[in-house]
Write a protein that binds this ligand. Structure first.
Ligand code: COA
Ligand code: AMP
Length: 633
């Protein structure tokens, strides 16, 4: 048995002693009395009785250990042409002040704070300041529109909303204030105070009485120390797309999360304190929470906070420049970013002008990594390119290659092998385990490892029905997969209506709600179809109400704008077409999966329950005529 296999097996056979041992790697105020227990809803909870503070672990602890003068955050923003570094000493000072500012506004342990901010240091200060006070933050990605923000406000009931006046995309400024004002007007819940960080390229108009200036408050703030929290106290809520129009509020607690962050930095990413870790993602996603902010800082690394894109800011050499400039040791991003670079610089000319020799591993996740991108990248970088699979729900990797324990073979196309704490089964619809190379539902033995979601915010019933009910005793991941004879897992894509666009997880159900609201639309289906650059993109198929006469071109423009206004630009909803009919079962369920298979040119068994077989040919003809989908473009 390899070192990896032994280590992994120990975590599955002896979870309590394994995670007790791993918990010793972080500094507790009081070590947990119960490593694994059940709460009143019969959900698993790790580290009951433990006392700690996540902000202390990410800041004060390192200063106490003599790491105060090491750079904690290297902020690099090609979109604003700004670079700034904060040592652990400086970061601690900033976070203490923001915590003081929140405290002066009455924010206390357990209160929720929404953070609608871009990739700037103040966003990190805000997250750590909430953690310091025991307030529960919920960061909302800047690419989401007002309605999405309103839904989150109404679910989390925040006391305060922290925002910046805007973000910068490649060639446009995105003012945040109109979005926040519209969201708060739409939401039922009243937010007491909005704190605005004004950026110099876009000014936010202030609403007297409700809106406060960040800088003014910071000037008056008194530094705040950390509070002692229970391991099971919530650290944050992060909303993610589910199969309905309402996102799921993934709730993560302090103790399991801190242990998982420390564990994954050491044993998965194979990086040491003092080294430089870079995740090119956004703090609005789980990758940003875990591996821009908490993981690197809890581990005592330098984290790179990058406000830019892989291309056009200013060119496809930006990633290589950052690796050289900050001597990045471990880099993590989504495959789509490299597909974008490869499209603009197929021969890697830009790479030749930079020294990337500091780089030890390149990690990829967020979507399937196609073999062609993996091979191209491997040839270019000459370091192990490591795919790994996880979700907002887990908060840290579940399948991959535990480089910190023992580097295993890389099998292109596979996300890797199971990571400690996660035991996988692949089931058919009846709950029978599939054999090698047979595809089925990817499930994980419950309880999940520490750090995985403890519950959905305020919705235990949905937590149970979405994840735990289909296969009792197992967590339903929502992905399809197969395992080969060597135990390598190959992810085949979502089995539900969640899609992955440029590494961003989105719900087609949310888009359908918006499209269906158009007065001309009788019914509709939004499906995710394969796309060379973004992995998947959404396409809408609409059936018009009887008697409605509207040109397809004008309807498409209106629907695109509606989805942009209601869900956000990040949805990348750019195609809609009129269909005569949608394929359905006799009970009226739209066969979205079949539609997707036709668009992607995949073979499938025609469901016996189909209402009208001829609709499939009609649809094939429509896609061919409109050049929709890889099969027809
Ligand atoms: N705020 C406001 N708008 C945003 C935004 C943000 N934070 N992030 C994206 N958008 C907008 C974009 O400007 C774009 O708008 P447009 O339709 O007006 O052009 C739209 O949302 C779609 O964005 P995106 O899917 O990112 O496409 P793109 O063409 O701008 O960039 C890539 C393509 C590949 C360069 C980009 O998707 C990328 O860097 N992907 C990496 C993904 C990643 O880091 N994922 C995190 C999970 S690990
Ligand atoms: P998110 O919750 O936004 O991190 O998205 C999680 C989803 O992204 C998973 O359920 C998968 O569908 C997909 N995903 C993440 N990583 C990978 C990967 N390495 N390979 C294939 N799909 C992935």
């Amino acid at each position: 048995m390899s070192t990896y296999h032994k280590f992994y097996q120990d975590s599955i056979d002896n979870p309590i002693s394994f995670w007790e041992e791993q918990a010793k790697a972080i500094q507790w105020f009081q070590f947990p009395s119960d490593i694994l227990s059940q709460d009143e809803d019969e959900l698993a909870r790790w580290y009951k009785g433990g006392k700690l503070n996540t902000s202390y672990l990410a800041l004060d602890y390192h200063v106490e250990q003599g790491r105060g003068n090491q750079v904690a955050i290297a902020y690099d923003s090609p979109v604003t042409e700004t670079k700034k570094q904060f040592t652990y000493n400086e970061l601690l000072e900033e976070v203490e002040l923001v915590a003081g500012m929140l405290s002066a506004l009455g924010v206390e342990k357990g209160d929720r704070v929404i953070i609608y901010m871009p990739m700037i240091p103040e966003t990190v200060f805000a997250m750590l300041a909430c953690a310091r006070l025991g307030a529960v933050h919920s960061v909302v990605f800047g690419g989401f529109a007002a309605r999405e923000l309103a839904i989150r406000v109404d679910d989390a009931h925040p006391k305060v909303l922290l925002m910046a006046s805007g973000g910068k995309e490649i060639d446009r400024i995105v003012p945040y204030k109109p979005i926040v004002d519209a969201a708060l007007a739409e939401a039922q819940h009243e937010v007491e105070q909005v704190v605005v960080y004004q950026r110099d390229f876009v000014a936010a108009e202030m609403q007297t009485g409700r809106d406060l200036d960040w800088e003014d408050l910071r000037q008056q703030a008194k530094p705040m120390s950390y509070v002692e929290l229970d391991a099971t106290d919530p650290l944050y809520i992060l909303y993610t797309s589910g199969t309905t129009g309402k996102p799921k509020g993934v709730m993560r607690d302090n103790g399991g999360h801190a242990v998982a962050m420390k564990f994954s930095m050491t044993h998965f990413y194979g990086i040491a304190p003092g080294e430089v870790y870079w995740a090119a993602s956004d703090v609005g996603w789980v990758v940003g929470h875990s591996y821009i902010v908490y993981g690197p800082l809890i581990h005592g690394c330098t984290t790179v906070l990058f406000e830019g894109k892989p291309i056009k800011t200013p060119d496809p050499g930006t990633f290589w420049r950052i690796i050289e400039e900050y001597k990045v040791n471990v880099f993590f991003t989504a495959p789509t970013a490299f597909r974008a670079i490869r499209k603009e610089d197929p021969d890697g000319q830009f790479k030749k002008t930079y020294d990337t020799s500091s780089l030890r591993y390149q990690f990829l996740a967020g979507e399937r990594c196609d073999v062609s991108t993996l091979t191209w990248l491997s040839d270019l970088l000459q370091v192990p390119i490591i795919d790994h699979w996880w979700q907002t729900e887990s908060g840290w990797p579940m399948i991959g290659n535990m480089t910190g324990v023992e580097l295993q073979a890389v099998k292109p196309g596979s996300a890797g092998q199971p990571i400690c704490g996660y035991s996988f089964s692949i089931f058919n619809g009846q709950g029978q385990e599939m054999g090698p190379n047979e595809e089925g539902y990817l499930c994980i033995k419950y309880p999940l490892a520490p750090g995985a979601l403890a519950n959905l915010w305020g919705d235990t019933a949905r937590f149970k029905s979405a994840y735990l009910e289909k296969f009792p005793g197992y967590y339903l991941s929502g992905d399809g997969a197969y395992k080969d004879e060597d135990g390598f897992i190959f992810i085949t894509g979502r089995t539900d209506d969640v899609i992955n666009v440029a590494g961003h997880r989105l719900s087609t159900a949310e888009m359908e709600e918006v499209v269906a609201a158009h007065p001309a639309v009788a019914e509709c289906a939004v499906i995710g179809i394969a796309d060379e650059l973004k992995g998947q993109v959404p396409v809408g198929f609409v059936v018009l109400k009887a008697g409605v006469e509207q040109s397809e071109a004008s309807l498409e423009i209106e629907l695109i704008q509606m989805v942009r206004d209601k869900v956000g630009a990040v949805a990348s909803f750019k195609r809609a077409t009129i269909a005569q009919k949608l394929p359905k079962t006799r009970s009226g369920k739209i066969l979205r999966k079949v539609m997707r298979y036709i668009a992607d040119g995949k073979s499938f068994n025609t469901p016996s329950t189909i209402e009208d077989l001829s609709v499939l040919d009609q649809l094939r003809g429509l896609m061919e005529e409109q050049k929709i989908g890889q099969a027809f473009s």
